[in-house]
Design a binder for this molecule. Sequence first.
Ligand code: ZN
Ligand code: MN
Ligand code: MN
Length: 283
Amino acid sequence: MPLGAHMSIAGGVDKAVLRGQSVACETIQFFTKSNQQWRAKPLEADEVARFQTVRAASGIDPVFAHAAYLINLATPDDDAWEKSLESLIVELERCAILKLPFIVLHPGAHGGSGEEAGLSRVTRALDECFNRTSDTEVMVLLEITAGQGSSVGGTFEHLAGIMDHSLHPERLGICFDTCHAFAAGYDLRTPEGYNETIESLDRLIGLEKLKVVHLNDAKGDLGGHLDRHTHIGLGKLGLEAFRLLLNDPRLQHLPMVLETPKGPDLQEDVMNLSTLRSLIRER
Ligand code: ZN
Ligand code: MN
Ligand code: MN
């Protein structure tokens, strides 16, 4: 399985690839624009060309995107919903320009309107986004959330519901985040708990829909709904959970990226990647 990390695009999207290469990533994820702002200046042709050259030379594959945290497709507020949807369309177009296969998305928060209402807003927004980007095949990967506050997407049932009602299920997939899943109540620390989780994902959604794994240890407890990531082996999940996942033959083909805290020299990525690689058993 390709292992890697989320990388900053400061200085240009090509820089994310170079950063990944500098710490021996085999796959990377990045934001195609600032994740804290709605607006983005269009990608320039020379930046795109530089990105494609650097990516091809690096051998890093796949390279994929994460959507801005501001986007909330579950919101009951019409203006915020409209803005979120338009923003996701722009991000899908940026992925198409960069030839990225998919973009990871947090389904959103219902803000008091209720889970059912929130989930149906997400489905309708995605239908609209896919209708309006029908010239590309870029997929949206719904990420399991920690179920914090009024967030939807903290159960496989939620994610399955969005996909089942979608007019374009072929453009939807799943991203499994170890910290979020654990915080949402899925116990990955024992072989029994881990297998039950993966089997339930397969039963409710289908393992073929799982496209990406986020590897993060968790600061909070099982079922505590706390979305706080920490270094591999140093949180409440512990090394055994990652050993189970990294040696699971059902997941061998999947790109897996870290989203753990780090400074500009990326030494924490080096440390976490080396921890992960040490857990993989010789086959
Ligand atoms: Zn995410
Ligand atoms: Mn994540
Ligand atoms: Mn998170």
